[in-house]
Design a binder for this molecule. Structure first.
Ligand SMILES: Nc1ncnc2c1ncn2[C@@H]1O[C@H](COP(=O)(O)OP(=O)(O)OP(=O)(O)O)[C@@H](O)[C@H]1O
Length: 247
């Protein structure tokens, strides 16, 4: 599923990626702390790969950043006067029960893209992700890889300044994984701030500019990717990279 929380008025405009800041962010939904307190800033070129063991709080961090969850304490802020245009792609894409083309047209409509531009932008995005022949195919009958490419095409059509991806390739075959990784690199090259979770160390090495490593709901380190993989600073990251159980 791609969710957007900022209206799109100019789907072509691209600029330097906005920076994201967490200031003493905590998430304690039932008085039980699931995340934080965490403070960090994503202001490098990225892409930022968010890594850590199961239950570390990676998805929570993405949802807090995207505004799907509200911090119990602290603040999430962006550079610039208002929150940037942003999209999120989930592990299992949630698509409407209509054609691939209609899914994209719908996303453009709810994001206030003028009606006369919608079909053209949707067809361009489908073509970019190799889905032109599926334009009239019901989204629900697409393969897992095609569904994920459709979710990425939907995000692409909206030119987000920020793209969050939560384990987007965990259910895909090698060819589909490659297609998603190429798309991630393309978003990055176009100036989108990419923030992505993965458990795939090889994938993280291929894509990461920097790594945000979480365990136990806290950021244990935020390091340039080459340093993270060569000489991780935190005990938890060292254990994770060695394939040991991390609390
Ligand atoms: N809405 C919620 N209500 C209660 N607990 C939650 C909620 N969302 C997440 N949790 C809990 O918070 C912890 C962190 O979850 P999260 O999904 O962020 O982990 P993760 O690092 O993404 O893990 P994985 O790698 O397994 O996907 C888990 O213990 C999870 O059960």
């Amino acid at each position: 599923m791609t969710s957007l929380n900022v209206p799109v008025n100019n789907p072509i405009e691209l600029s330097a990626p906005p920076s994201l800041q967490f200031e003493s962010v905590e998430f304690n939904p039932f008085g039980h702390r699931l995340f934080g307190p965490c403070s960090f800033k994503l202001d490098g070129p990225g892409p930022t790969l968010v890594m850590g063991p199961n239950g570390a709080g990676k998805s929570l961090m993405l949802r807090l950043a995207h505004g799907l969850l509200t911090p119990t304490e602290g603040a999430v802020s962006w550079s610039g006067a208002s929150a940037p245009r942003q999209a999120m792609v989930f592990q299992t894409p949630i698509l409407l029960r209509r054609s691939a083309l209609a899914n994209l047209r719908h996303a453009l409509a709810v994001n206030n893209v003028p009606r006369k531009l919608r079909t053209e932008l949707a067809l361009e995005a489908l073509a970019r992700f190799g889905l032109s022949s599926c334009a009239d195919t019901p989204a629900r009958v697409l393969s897992g890889g095609e569904k994920q490419r459709l979710a990425l095409a939907r995000a692409w059509s909206l030119s987000p300044a920020v793209l969050f991806l939560d384990e987007p390739t965990s259910a895909l075959d090698p060819a589909a994984i490659k297609a998603v990784e190429l798309a991630v690199q393309e978003f990055h090259k176009q100036g989108t701030r990419v923030v992505m979770t993965t458990h795939d160390l090889h994938q993280a090495r291929r894509l990461a500019g920097d790594v945000l490593f979480l365990s136990e709901g806290k950021v244990q380190e935020h390091t340039p990717a080459d340093m993270f993989f060569r000489a991780p600073v935190s005990r938890q990251a060292q254990a994770y990279l060695n394939g040991e159980l991390v609390a």
